[in-house]
Design a protein around this ligand. Structure first.
Ligand SMILES: [Zn+2]
Length: 221
């Protein structure tokens, strides 16, 4: 008779740590997915949502700090455990969004498994956001004329050439960081100085924006 198994995503850039971690969790009855860094972890979350995530902190491409922050925002219902090789004196390092923190080499396997068991059975209650693959655009007020978008998958921000956003409405944008294709809604009316509608590019975006803020009361999303 098949039994239900909780699924754990184990993220660590060291192959030996991944192999050991996966073996320990599998022996304890969990189904285990592994990823080599935060970005790979995010891709894994596209396919199947785990019941718990265990992540290293220091990793290339996307650190555990960034990955766990993205997880907390996009998948707040998934409990998380951070593992770190660095020595920290606090229980949970500053800025780390995880339910629990274990210092590598300073905990026992039974301690970790007990925590995993506790967290998957009593997933923290946090509000879940919608899953729309769309993003707001953000206007940089430093006079650069930059239009910034935030990828709804990896939550990294990058600037988009305003001349590519000539058409008003929905635009398909590809994230240079994680390759996610998402859409963003461009409202030209409120930002004519960026999109060339009306007065064209202004040399003083900050003033122009301040003067127009009450315009039509619409948000750029
Ligand atoms: Zn992205």
């Amino acid at each position: 008779m098949p039994t239900f198994r909780f699924r754990v995503l184990f993220v660590d850039d060291e192959p030996a740590v991944r192999t050991t971690g996966a073996a320990v969790l599998e022996a304890a009855g969990y189904e285990v997915l592994t990823a080599a860094d935060g970005m790979e972890g995010l891709h894994a979350l596209d396919d199947a949502q785990p019941d718990l995530i265990i992540s290293d902190l220091r990793m290339p491409n996307m650190s555990g700090f960034e990955f766990l922050a993205v997880v907390r925002t996009r998948f707040p219902q998934i409990p998380t455990i951070a593992l770190s090789g660095e020595y920290v004196t606090d229980n949970i390092p500053d800025g780390l969004l995880a339910d629990t923190f274990f210092q590598k080499g300073d905990y026992s396997i039974p301690d970790l498994l007990n925590k995993v068991k506790e967290l998957v059975r009593k997933a923290p209650e946090r509000p879940v956001q919608g899953k729309r693959n769309t993003s707001r655009i953000w206007i940089a007020l430093n006079g650069s004329g930059q239009v910034i978008v935030t990828c709804p998958k990896c939550l990294r921000s990058f600037d988009v050439d305003p001349s590519q956003l000539k058409e008003e409405g929905i635009h398909k944008i590809s994230c240079p960081s994680c390759a996610n294709e998402f859409s963003s809604n461009i409202d030209h009316f409120s930002m004519p100085q960026f999109f060339g509608a009306g007065e064209g590019a202004s040399s003083r975006p900050r003033k122009a924006i301040a003067g127009r803020r009450s315009g039509r009361g619409q948000r750029l999303s």
